[in-house]
Ligand binder design. Structure first.
Ligand code: AMP
Ligand code: ZN
Length: 469
């Protein structure tokens, strides 16, 4: 089955074919580390984690890079406000970001290169751009001359005449064109700086991504991602820089952009202050429920955060765990030999659901449709359990739930191992129930509940699970 992806540059669905067969190189613009990551950042990073997981599932070997912007005006400003050194502030929020990525189970990133560790690479490209006539120096600053680039405007579909005074481009009289953007900024008093052939200073924002992607993924690579706020000017400028420097076009085969996570219809952002941090959200909700919430909407559409939406996803997650508990129970005490027409029908349905799941994912990662197939599988799992299907079938449904859930980055397998004491209590309760000592059985159940172990009694025996949010 062919995978198609929506490429922002060409504005349509394109069959996916990586540059090197069997390998996919992915670059996603990471955070500027001056504050806690919010769930808007998390959306973008969960989406690309899911894409990396699906590509891996399809058998591709992936190399996935996310950069860390640890030099930036906002970092310097925040550090000055809080009377700390910019580098210390950046390291602190970088650590928190990396921890959050782990708790979000967004674990497919191969490396998180920092801008500050790539200054020589950045300087080399700037020198090359000056040499080739694409960039010019004024008083220790270096600018990219947008009129020299053939690539500019392609991604966001703008002409140079639509005067480009992007949010991060200040009008500066000394520039040749208003849209010329900084490759190198001379340092002001009390600002961090690096020595360079242009003088003491630091890199502009866009050049870091050209330098880091080139170093880690080579001059041309497969997928470049980020939130849609980055299309212009950031990615536009990145294309201009990289293609001017290497002469190789296109630098990126597929540009993928995620829609915003909004709250009350407004983009969640640090600067607006309307954000919920990843940490706060995960105090309330299971990370699997959050990932189900994110995958319930197509990645290019906006997704509006609401408590109602998250609660709904939590309920859906409970259904998944219940089905898995049922299947486990069925496998434990089920009938291995039995197989009849009903089982055959279920087996055929499982195959169809799997196919439809893949078809949805192959169509520009249509997770809402894939998710609906996933929940059909959950329902079918419960049906198969109720009709006492044979254990081989139950096991195959169980395994497929884990497998497809894994594509969404869900961690569904039981992570808890019973302690000897917990095992002893469960056995003691079984005995009490056999002897109809209901009070004692209830007391033991309560005692286990206090330690987070939930017992469920089925006609065919008792099964335990861990308590979930
Ligand atoms: P920043 O630290 O703001 O540069 O953002 C880091 C990454 O998160 C970029 O790829 C942004 O596009 C993305 N991002 C930031 N806010 C949101 C949001 N509200 N929804 C989706 N993605 C976002
Ligand atoms: Zn970038």
């Amino acid at each position: 089955m062919m995978l198609t992806v929506f490429d922002t540059l060409r504005g349509r669905l394109i069959p996916f074919k990586p540059i090197d067969e069997g390998k996919v190189r992915i670059y996603v613009c990471g955070p500027t580390v001056y504050d806690l990551p919010h769930i808007g950042h998390a959306r973008t990073l969960i989406i690309f984690d899911m894409i990396a997981r699906y590509l891996t599932y399809r058998g591709y070997q992936i190399n996935y890079i996310v950069n860390i912007t640890d030099i930036d005006d906002k970092i310097i400003a925040r550090a000055q406000e809080s009377h700390v050194v910019p580098k210390d502030l950046a390291r602190k929020f970088e650590r928190i970001f990396l921890d959050d990525m782990k708790t979000l189970n967004a674990t497919l990133v191969d490396a998180y290169p920092r801008v500050s560790d790539n200054i020589p690479e950045i300087i080399k490209i700037i020198l090359g751009l000056i040499e080739k006539g694409y960039a010019y120096q004024i008083d220790g600053d270096v600018y990219f001359d947008v009129t020299k680039s053939l690539s500019l405007g392609k991604l966001s579909n703008q002409s140079l005449d639509d005067v480009w005074v992007g949010a991060r481009v200040k009008v500066d009289e000394r520039k040749r064109n208003p849209a010329d953007f900084a490759l190198w900024k001379s340092s002001k008093k009390d600002e961090p700086f690096w020595e360079s052939p242009f003088g003491k200073g630091r890199p502009g924002w866009h050049i870091e991504c050209s330098a880091i992607s080139m170093k880690y993924l080579s001059e041309q690579f497969d997928i470049h991602g980020g939130g849609r706020d980055l299309i212009f000017p950031h990615h536009e400028n990145e294309i201009a820089q990289s293609e001017a420097y290497t002469g190789r076009i296109p630098v990126v085969r597929y540009w993928l952009h995620t829609g915003f996570l909004t709250i009350g219809g407004v983009k969640m952002s640090k600067s607006l202050g309307n954000f919920i941090t990843v940490r706060d959200l995960l105090k309330e909700y299971d990370v699997n429920a959050f990932r189900l919430f994110i995958t319930s909407t197509h990645y290019r559409s906006p997704i509006d955060y609401s408590e109602k939406g998250l609660k709904q996803s939590s309920r859906s997650l409970k259904r998944v765990f219940e089905a898995l508990d049922n299947l486990r129970q069925g496998i434990l005490v089920g009938d291995q030999g039995r197989e009849d027409d009903k089982d055959e029908r279920v087996t055929a349905e499982v195959k169809i659901i799997h196919q439809r799941f893949l078809k949805a994912m192959n169509t520009d990662f249509n997770t809402p449709e894939a998710s609906s197939e996933f929940f059909k599988l959950i329902k079918l799992g419960n049906q198969a359990f109720s009709m006492k299907a044979n254990t081989v079938l139950l096991q195959s449904i169980y395994d497929l739930i884990i497998e497809l859930g894994g594509v969404f980055g869900l961690e569904l397998e039981r992570t808890h191992e019973l302690t000897d004491e917990e095992k002893r209590l469960i056995a003691e309760r079984d005995l009490a129930r056999k002897n109809k000592e209901w009070k004692k059985a209830d007391e033991i159940r309560q005692k286990l509940k206090e330690t987070g172990i939930i017992l469920k009694d089925y006609p065919r025996g008792t099964l335990w699970t861990v308590e979930r949010k």
